[in-house]
Ligand binder design. Structure first.
Ligand SMILES: NC(=O)c1ccc[n+]([C@@H]2O[C@H](COP(=O)([O-])OP(=O)(O)OC[C@H]3O[C@@H](n4cnc5c(N)ncnc54)[C@H](O)[C@@H]3O)[C@@H](O)[C@H]2O)c1
Length: 327
């Protein structure tokens, strides 16, 4: 199997389409000829200018893309869009993301991730949508001790409210599959990075701080490991899931190889030609020390094959960062 994305020509809604992952998935779908609409509320969890720039790039490259500046928690507005558009498929990525932010702002997670997702499931149900592909997260594995994390493991012990809402999304989707025959596929993304990435995540935060000569905070005294996944690999897995129309499935999407955070930082330093000032701190509540995924199921059922090494991925990100921020 290859990661080649073939032309399918469906009408697809991408929620969170001005976000990091959503803008890349929308681009891949538009490139192969699908009709795409995005919904995003362009909120200020991080710099909305970056969301505007992603959406601006989408419209410049694909003038046919429809952009709805709508909140997924607004039931009537969402119902109206679905009623008007007759989508074949929905790729639902809009969410309040971030583990640490969920410790201080729990209510927004319930509002966006639970109510927002329910609104979309309801609209799918009432408008004949066939497929609902949605973002879950590696965080559902909580502190599971058995590595690598595989889809067969129990995920009953989330350790952040963010993780609890993602687990709940998997269950809500199951209900809509069971009761109404909606095909649902949940994708557990593992620490996604790459060009146009999220300013609240490690690679972006570290690069910005190192370039400004500021110290970077490293938790668990550096004893952290993550299965960092490059955006193009995530896109290929997500598009395969969109095309497969499985009745109900959950997949890990990761690189399938964990890397120590300190080695990841070393890669950033190499690319920037600078040395980071490191602030070693204890493990943060809600955070897990290590993630590592089994990707056998995605390989077997989606033809998924991650191709981007951490060295190439970090290089691409830093190249984009320099160009975009002129720094
Ligand atoms: N990036 C990762 O490493 C990662 C890992 C696991 C899971 N995920 C999940 O993948 C999805 C995409 O993540 P991302 O990294 O692209 O994040 P992102 O924050 O860049 O994208 C999410 C988008 O959703 C939009 N949004 C938020 N609340 C909304 C609302 N109420 N109505 C309409 N739009 C709203 C935001 O404006 C944003 O553009 C999310 O569901 C996230 O939880 C991401």
């Amino acid at each position: 199997m290859t990661n080649k994305i073939d032309k399918k020509n469906s009408k697809i809604l991408v929620t969170g389409g001005a976000g990091f992952i959503g803008s890349h998935i929308a681009t891949a779908l538009l490139k192969r000829g699908d009709e795409v609409a995005i919904i995003d509320n362009f909120n200020d969890y991080y710099d909305p200018a970056l969301k505007e720039a992603r959406a601006g790039k989408l419209s410049a490259e694909f003038p046919g893309v429809k952009i709805y500046r709508t909140d997924i928690t607004d039931h009537d507005a969402i119902a109206e869009i679905f009623n008007k558009e007759s989508f074949d498929k929905v790729c639902h990525l809009a969410a309040q993301a971030g583990v640490r932010y969920s410790l201080t702002n729990p209510l927004i997670y319930e509002h966006t991730n639970i109510l927002g997702t329910l609104n979309l499931l309801e609209s799918c149900r009432h408008n004949g949508v066939k497929d609902f592909i949605f973002a879950s997260s590696s965080s559902v594995y909580g502190n599971n001790k058995e590595l690598p994390f595989s889809e067969e493991q129990r995920v009953d012990n989330p350790i952040s409210l963010y993780a609890a809402t993602k687990k709940s999304n998997e269950e809500m989707a199951y209900v809509y599959h069971h009761l109404y025959g909606l095909n649902c596929t949940g994708l557990r993304f593992f620490t996604v990075y790459g060009p146009w990435g999220r300013p609240d995540m490690a690679l972006f935060k570290f690069s910005r701080a190192i370039l400004a000569g500021e110290a970077i905070d490293i938790y668990n005294n550096g004893e952290m490991a993550r299965d960092f996944t490059y955006i193009d690999d995530i896109v290929s897995g997500a598009v395969a899931a969109i095309d497969k129309s499985y009745p109900y499935e959950i997949f890990n999407l990761a690189r399938g190889e964990s890397i120590r955070l300190l080695d990841f930082i070393n890669e950033i330093e190499k690319n920037l030609g600078l040395t980071a000032k490191k602030n070693l701190l204890p493990l943060q509540p809600g955070d897990v020390p290590a993630t590592s995924a089994s990707i056998e199921r995605a390989r077997r059922m989606l033809g998924y094959e991650p191709r981007t090494s951490v060295a190439a991925g970090v290089r691409n990100f830093i190249g984009w960062y320099h160009e975009y921020y002129k720094k």
